[in-house]
Design a protein around this ligand. Structure first.
Ligand code: M6R
Length: 608
């Protein structure tokens, strides 16, 4: 989604802002622009396309040194990705420049009003109402003007503003969309996400809804609802190298290979002397666990798929009924919740608009909420009473990989804790699962060692128009994630099916040579699965088996087979997804796709 980077200080604002935008490229965007305050004037450059297009124009036009600037990468919502619709926007007089993430919901009404008062619009964006409103609100104090304008705006947004009349001030305002201030010595920064700040400062302030920040070289003042407020300084521990490619060709490949480390960091600190410590970490005490009547998991995309695995595990281990909901559906169907429900919110970024709305709905209905997120200081983390952090480190590629496997580890730990506390999981079984969980990072390493063979499998699929993924039980939940990965980065149509469901319609699509990826990690379901695979092979399908069952089980069932290490079926999803991530990666590379920044997608979906 859109990115914002801003700077005021002695360095070259152009360089800091462009560098910041580059570090936010992973969020996905289709146009880019920046404004610099130089020699008493605002200088604007904005173009459709990648940052390199903007950089080319800047170098050609020789903008030169300036010490105040703000830039933006846009992911189109209102109006096509064109030069005109790119940010910053400047209104009629060119006296203000505004960059904006999010959506102004009442922009059509505001636009009508502004037009009737003589304002002329240049773009099709919702954003452009802001500089026009500023033209009317400004009386010599930029902070006051932004505060006044913010009162007129509805929706979720984060904005940064500079004014031609005020070369010493950069103003930012947040309403539901993330915005972070970076504190320096004699210089200050702002950005919509932490990686843009990492080379310059670790001292950050996360703006809350309704916060206005006024940045000068002397410092940053914060206001909320007209009152000056003190903000907590958050020290970011992510290191800069972690947000770089580190010798890998793509962030996605690097992040796939980081999974053993990410899993170790997520699992090990939570297992002490053969027991989980979630009672202390997220308040899942025996009393709480026994008072829970139902679990509701809400998330989007890959995080939703982690929720599906969680459902299976919690139902099996804790004998609690679990519902899993897509956040964008949940929020508008007046969900029936009860204070005795445990609501688990899963979000890597902690900023997904729909997931955040679901969290707020659960709190409104007084449920106990536990959030699983990867980002300290994110909106989900700040608004949840209990947070279980995945320790994946920054995930830059749009396709989620290490965030997913660490989310699986987190839901597994919760299921074990709930099962133990409720007396539905024996201590012996819990101990065995925890001990096996500690082995998972090494098993993922084993799978990664097979990368060359997995690439061969991917090359067989890479030119297909359509690929099917089938499995039963937990394998079906993982198949959904495998299909999503392939779709989002290679653009091959992919569908996941519960293997037993194919015969109810979809089997009609299986024709000679249709590739079908078949998962075999659920030992108790393997015989059923064998029959399902026979059925697709009888229709001429090419089958690619992922299995840790005895080799004889699948010997006559595959065109190619990736062998997975032996593991308890309850933990198998964390290992089984890894070859599917690699298949998607290698297929996408073979098709020449932009793996880390797939078309039309954004890393953090902060609009509905
Ligand atoms: O940051 P979140 O976990 O809330 O994001 C949810 C989805 O947008 C995300 O998982 C998306 O599906 C990924 N691109 C999948 O790889």
């Amino acid at each position: 989604m859109c990115g914002i980077a801003g700077y005021i200080g002695a360095r070259s604002a152009q360089e800091v802002v462009l560098d910041g935008l580059r570090r936010l490229e992973y969020r996905g965007y289709d146009s880019a622009g920046l404004v610099l305050h130089k020699n008493g004037k605002l200088h604007l450059e904005k173009y459709a396309g990648r940052l390199s297009v903007l950089e080319g124009h800047i170098h050609k036009n020789g903008l030169g040194a300036a010490h105040l600037g703000v830039g933006h990468t846009r992911w189109a919502t209102h109006g096509a990705p064109t030069d005109k619709n790119a940010h910053p926007h400047m209104g009629c007089g060119g006296k203000f420049a505004v960059v904006h993430n999010g959506i102004i919901e009442n922009y059509a009404k505001l636009r009508g009003e502004l037009r009737s008062r003589g304002h002329e619009f240049y773009s099709e964006t919702d954003t452009e109402v802001i500089p026009h409103l500023l033209e009317e609100a400004y009386e010599g104090d930029l902070g006051a003007a932004v505060a006044k304008v913010a009162k007129r705006l509805q929706g979720a947004y984060a904005i940064a503003v500079v004014a031609e009349d005020d070369p010493h001030t950069l103003v930012a305002y947040r309403q539901y969309s993330p915005l972070i201030i970076g504190l320096g010595e004699g210089e200050n920064f702002l950005a919509s996400d932490i990686p843009a700040l990492l080379p310059y400062t670790r001292r950050t302030v996360v703006l809350e809804d309704g916060d206005l920040a006024i940045l000068t070289t002397e410092g940053v003042r914060f206001f909320n609802d007209g009152e000056q407020v003190e903000k907590k300084i958050l020290h970011v521990t992510w290191d800069e190298v972690a947000a770089e490619k580190g010798g890998f060709s793509h962030f996605m490949l690097k992040e796939i290979h980081e999974q053993p480390r990410a899993l170790r960091d997520t699992i090990s600190p939570r297992i002490i002397a053969g027991r989980t410590n979630l009672a202390t970490e997220i308040g899942l005490t025996k009393e709480v666990a026994s008072s829970i009547r139902r679990v509701v998991v809400v998330a989007c995309g890959t995080a939703y798929h982690a929720g599906l695995v969680g459902k299976n595990l919690i139902e099996q281990m804790a004998r609690l009924s679990v519902e899993v909901d897509i956040a964008s559906e949940f929020r508008y169907r007046e969900p029936v919740l009860d204070p005795e429900d445990l609501v688990i919110i899963i979000s890597q970024s902690g900023e997904t608009a729909d997931t955040l709305a679901a969290l707020r709905e659960a709190k409104r209905q007084k449920c106990r909420v536990v959030a699983i997120t990867n980002v300290v200081g994110s909106s989900v983390a700040r608004e949840s009473e209990h947070v279980l952090y995945t320790m994946a480190g920054p995930e830059i590629a749009v396709a989620s990989t290490k965030a997913y496997t660490t989310q699986l580890a987190a839901v597994t730990l919760i299921a074990i804790e709930l099962g133990l506390a409720r007396g539905t999981l024996s201590s012996a079984k819990a101990e065995q699962l925890l001990s096996d969980l500690l082995q998972i990072p090494a098993l993922v390493e084993e799978v990664l060692l097979q990368s060359d063979y997995i690439r061969d499998v991917a090359l067989c699929l890479a030119q297909s128009e359509s690929v099917f993924f089938i499995g039963r039980g937990l394998d079906y939940s993982v198949a959904l994630e495998g299909a999503l990965k392939l779709k989002e980065i290679s653009y091959i149509h992919a569908e996941a099916y519960a293997a037993g469901e194919l015969k109810h319609g979809t089997l009609a699509l299986i024709t000679p040579n249709t590739p079908v990826v078949c998962l075999f990690t659920q030992t108790h379901l393997q015989e059923k699965m064998v029959s399902n695979v026979e059925v697709v092979r009888a229709r001429g399908a090419k089958t690619f088996v992922l299995s840790n069952c005895h080799p004889q089980v699948t010997a006559s069932l595959h065109d190619m087979e990736i062998r997975l290490p032996a593991i308890d079926p309850l933990l198998a999803p964390i290992v089984a997804v890894v070859p599917m991530q690699l298949i998607a990666f290698f297929a996408a590379v073979a098709r020449g796709a932009d793996v880390d920044k797939p078309r039309n997608l954004a890393k953090s979906v902060t609009v509905e």
